[in-house]
Design a protein around this ligand. Structure first.
Ligand SMILES: Cc1ncc(COP(=O)(O)O)c(C=O)c1O
Length: 384
């Protein structure tokens, strides 16, 4: 049978799914693999979170369909979290619980856009923004993030004829893959631009908490709740990637549209997982600071080794990634394949995140120190 589906022409299988297949094959062949590819933390989930998950199985109706928008107790906890950490007040209808933030980042597109509308997305970026724009019949418009602009999106790179037909802009700070961090001035200017152009501005805040231990994290909602929403996730900060629990917060009309899409596609997250999320957000702030310290230590270790190897990287404390320039004389794909097949180390080629990622690769600091040191030191084999 032939399936003629133009929708998928611009979409490959998800990069990390392909890497998983190769990794499994190599492991089955007896090879030792260190995965600095996907951003899936190695740190154990706190036992209080796990106990809350288990306790949730005792609750009445735990097995029933959960509400689409999420349980009130978790929304209340997120409202408290936003107030305590960002001094942002949220009503419960300004909060929507998601089955991981990836779900919401896809569903926000039909929640805001007509077929054929533009979605302004950064490049390089988490691939979901661009691919899901295509999947939903919208058109992604890629704005290059440049090192000379500290990888902050510059609206001067958006032509008027594009902004006129744009309904949604997705940004992501702290930024995957570059590690860049945004500041107040940047957010204020972008909000002003989107207000003038009538564009919904959405910050993917997956790494809002993953910054230097001594730095203060910010939320876009500190500057506007009229045209902005922000996505959050417990995946990275609380080492809960497999739990699939995230949220969207901000303008209630936009969230209502998102809920309309979501409720036609899936249901709410399994209730015990939502109870586990409440427990995570109840952990003392020191927990988050300790997580940041772990990544701070790994980041500075990795940077030291990269410097020794003459591998250039973007120096920032955002996220748990390091954005590196491919060594001279190498094509990135060749470099990544070399270190995978000869050395058993997975890194992510920059063009996985879009054309502007060509010539770069990304390291995830999601393995313990000794594996990280071993992996990065072995880069020497491939000096040309
Ligand atoms: C920038 C960014 N946003 C969102 C996500 C998705 O997170 P979640 O596990 O909540 O779906 C990721 C995961 O890697 C990410 O890197």
């Amino acid at each position: 049978m032939q399936i003629n589906n133009d929708r998928l022409i611009k979409i490959n299988e998800y990069h990390f799914k392909q890497i998983d297949d190769i990794k499994l094959k190599l492991i089955n062949e007896g090879k030792n693999i260190i995965d600095l590819g996907i951003g899936d933390p190695d740190i154990k989930t706190n036992c209080k979170i796990i106990n809350a998950l288990i306790a949730g199985l005792e609750y009445k109706d735990f097995n029933k369909y959960p509400s689409y928008e999420g349980i009130k107790e978790l929304k209340t906890k997120i409202a408290k979290y936003y107030y305590d950490v960002y001094s942002v007040k949220l009503d419960l209808d300004e909060i929507l619980i998601l089955i991981g933030s990836k779900e919401g980042l896809s569903n926000i597109i039909p929640a805001v856009c007509n077929f054929g509308d533009y979605v302004i997305v950064p490049n390089p970026a988490y691939p979901v923004y661009e691919k899901c724009s295509y999947l939903w019949g919208a058109k992604p418009y890629s704005v290059p993030l440049k090192e000379e602009n500290k990888y902050l999106l510059n609206v001067k790179d958006i032509p008027d004829h594009i902004s006129e037909k744009s309904k949604l802009m997705i940004i992501n700070y702290p930024n995957n893959p570059t590690g860049a961090v945004a500041n107040k001035k940047f957010y204020l200017e972008l909000i002003q631009y989107c207000k003038e152009k009538n564009i919904v501005l959405c910050n993917d805040g997956a790494y809002n908490e993953i910054i230097g231990a001594d730095e203060k994290n910010i939320s876009i909602l500190q500057y506007d709740k009229n045209i902005c929403i922000e996505f959050g996730t417990l995946s990275k900060t609380y080492n809960m990637t497999g739990f699939r629990i995230g949220y969207a917060v901000g303008n209630k009309k936009i969230l209502n549209n998102l809920l309309k899409v979501k409720s036609n596609i899936d249901s709410g997250q399994f209730k015990p997982i939502q109870y586990a999320a409440i427990e995570a957000l109840s952990l003392p702030r020191e927990y988050v600071i300790d997580i940041r310290k772990i990544y701070d230590e790994r980041r500075s270790l990795a940077k030291k080794i990269l410097k020794k190897k003459n591998i250039q990287f973007y120096d920032s404390k955002g996220t748990f990634y390091i954005w590196c320039k491919t060594p001279k004389n190498y094509i990135t794909e060749e470099f990544c394949k070399d270190i995978l097949f000869k050395c058993g180390i997975i890194v992510t080629p920059g063009d996985t995140f879009g054309v502007c990622g060509k010539g770069y690769f990304r390291i995830a600091l999601t393995v313990n120190k000794s594996n990280l040191i071993g992996a990065l030191n072995s880069f020497k084999v491939y000096d040309k």
